[in-house]
Ligand binder design. Sequence first.
Ligand SMILES: Nc1nc2c(ncn2[C@@H]2O[C@H](COP(=O)(O)OP(=O)(O)OP(=O)(O)O)[C@@H](O)[C@H]2O)c(=O)[nH]1
Ligand SMILES: [Zn+2]
Ligand SMILES: [Zn+2]
Ligand SMILES: [Zn+2]
Length: 304
Amino acid sequence: MCTVCGCGEGESRIEGVTDDHDHSHSHDHPHHHHDDHEHEHSHAHGHGDDHHYGHGPARAHAPGMSQSRMVQIEQDILSKNDQYANANRQMLADQGILALNLVSSPGSGKTTLLTRTLTDLKDELSLAVIEGDQETSNDAERIRETGAHAIQINTGKGCHLDAHQVGHAIEHLKPQTGSVLFIENVGNLVCPAAFDLGEAHKVAILSITEGEDKPIKYPDMFHAADLMLLNKIDLLPHLNFDVDKCIAYARRVNPKLQVLKVSATTGEGMSDWYAWIRGSRQLRLIGHPLSEPLNIAESVKNHV
Ligand SMILES: Nc1nc2c(ncn2[C@@H]2O[C@H](COP(=O)(O)OP(=O)(O)OP(=O)(O)O)[C@@H](O)[C@H]2O)c(=O)[nH]1
Ligand SMILES: [Zn+2]
Ligand SMILES: [Zn+2]
Ligand SMILES: [Zn+2]
């Protein structure tokens, strides 16, 4: 897993942001240098019949590295990430912005779901999008076709967005006070679960073409999410997919998980997703100066 090796660090690119961007923004920079050439050659994992490389304390395996060293590196990366995530969270809370981190495997339908959501809600809410992919800005372009503001982050070799990248993307995107910020994470059911971006909720999207056992095969993601959107239900007549079994698996991993069945292409079930967004936004604004009903016409007009 990427927290072990720190893969892709320094290779990411944010659209419109040059490499020599100044680092005068508010979050401090515990920039980490990979000049630590310590080589440990202990072999900590057992040699039983079960070749499960995730059974040591690090829940991973890297040749030539002890479990304790891996745990240390992982903790360093995650604690650095958490500092950025906390700065993002504070800034988002101050501005009354609801940030939703959309996580899933590649092709589950995140961009399709987002473009429909943006089209259906744009007259009601102020909306913005941070798009994460390893390469291309195809998805950001699809999003912009709806008229929404979007910025693309390319992670290069990185397999997830991290809170530092998202902090910079927010600075450039400048989502409006009181808006809803969707973050489409890199399509990957593993790594995005470990990285807090400062979001209010992770929303896991699972499409029925992936098979009902994904929540128990990739439990971290479904454990970290508050909502699961079971997408592509229009295809149910063509597949052997047991919806109830899938939901039972997901709840085994996370008993509090809320599940909605949707089709991003036909629009079935999408009104429940919109109700969830509206409700989450209202909850977010309780006690905030913006809890006074927002003048939407005014806020859309001011959105530059
Ligand atoms: N039948 C059906 N197809 C869908 C639905 N949602 C998305 N798709 C299709 O699934 C494919 C992938 O959709 P995307 O929206 O690009 O998926 P994504 O999760 O954004 O993909 P990555 O960004 O590559 O991770 C496309 O061909 C979509 O048309 C749905 O509800 N039903
Ligand atoms: Zn990874
Ligand atoms: Zn920075
Ligand atoms: Zn996408």
